[in-house]
Design a protein around this ligand. Structure first.
Ligand SMILES: Nc1ncnc2c1ncn2[C@@H]1O[C@H](COP(=O)(O)OP(=O)(O)OP(=O)(O)O)[C@@H](O)[C@H]1O
Ligand SMILES: [Mg+2]
Length: 222
């Protein structure tokens, strides 16, 4: 499903380059789930953006479903994302001019995978049925986060990349959201990579990697 090899990434800043990733190797098979932890600023979001083809790595290769992402044109990358990747951004990135239902169905409509029953199920499971006609600006942080999750799940992506999807949710909602994601993985044979600060949630996924000083290390036991 996903193979990333020897990913290096440096951001050029006025103070010089910041080397964030220094040789990350990652393989995720069909149906597999993995938690990614690491201190704030360790490069978790950067890695997710690279895997989704939103950020070009300084060096290294990413292959999704056998396609080498780094060699694709911007248009082809965007098509790959639309068809196969569900990305839950840390900052949600909802479309302000679309209501909750429209935000959730946006990607699935674009790629012809809109399924009204699945949409209703997601609205229900994410406890957003009452808010389906309202616009993102009037929602709480946790509600916006649940819309972002619904949008990523709506198209039943092969690869789900979730950047702290439960960061704004209480324990009960976090469990529910994780359950939703895991059942999608199981039912649709998708793969999940989830960034989380919660060891409890991390322990419920198949694998756990910890990012430190730009590479994966064994998750520290506390
Ligand atoms: N566009 C950018 N330009 C310059 N530096 C950046 C840029 N984006 C991220 N960085 C830097 O790269 C490092 C990693 O950032 P990243 O957002 O990937 O961390 P993170 O592990 O997701 O942190 P958090 O847990 O706080 O979300 C940080 O030092 C950050 O300041
Ligand atoms: Mg981040």
């Amino acid at each position: 499903m996903l193979i990333a090899q020897n990913i290096h990434h440096a951001f050029n800043t006025q103070e010089g380059p910041i080397h964030v990733l220094r040789g990350v190797d990652l393989t995720l098979s069909t149906g597999e789930s993995m938690a990614l932890t690491g201190e704030s600023g360790s490069g978790k979001s950067t890695l997710l953006h690279i895997l989704a083809g939103l950020q070009e790595p300084t060096s290294g290769s990413v292959s999704i479903l056998g396609t080498e992402v780094t060699s694709l044109s911007e248009r082809a990358k965007s098509n790959l994302r639309k068809t196969h990747i569900g990305l839950i951004f840390q900052q949600f990135n909802l479309v302000p001019s679309l209501n909750v239902s429209q935000n959730i169905s946006f990607q699935s409509r674009l790629n012809g995978q809109f399924d009204v029953e699945w949409q209703e199920y997601l609205l229900n499971q994410l406890d957003l049925s009452a808010q389906k006609d309202v616009f993102p600006e009037t929602l709480s942080g946790g509600q916006q986060q649940r819309v972002a999750i619904g949008r990523a799940l709506a198209a039943k992506p092969s690869l789900l990349l979730a950047d702290e999807p439960t960061g704004n949710l209480d324990e009960e909602n976090s469990e529910k959201v994780l359950g939703l994601m895991l059942s999608l993985i199981k039912d649709s044979g998708s793969s999940l990579l989830m960034v989380t600060h919660s060891r409890r949630l991390a322990s419920k996924l198949g694998r756990h990697e910890h990012l430190r000083k730009g590479v994966f290390v064994k998750a520290p036991v506390k």
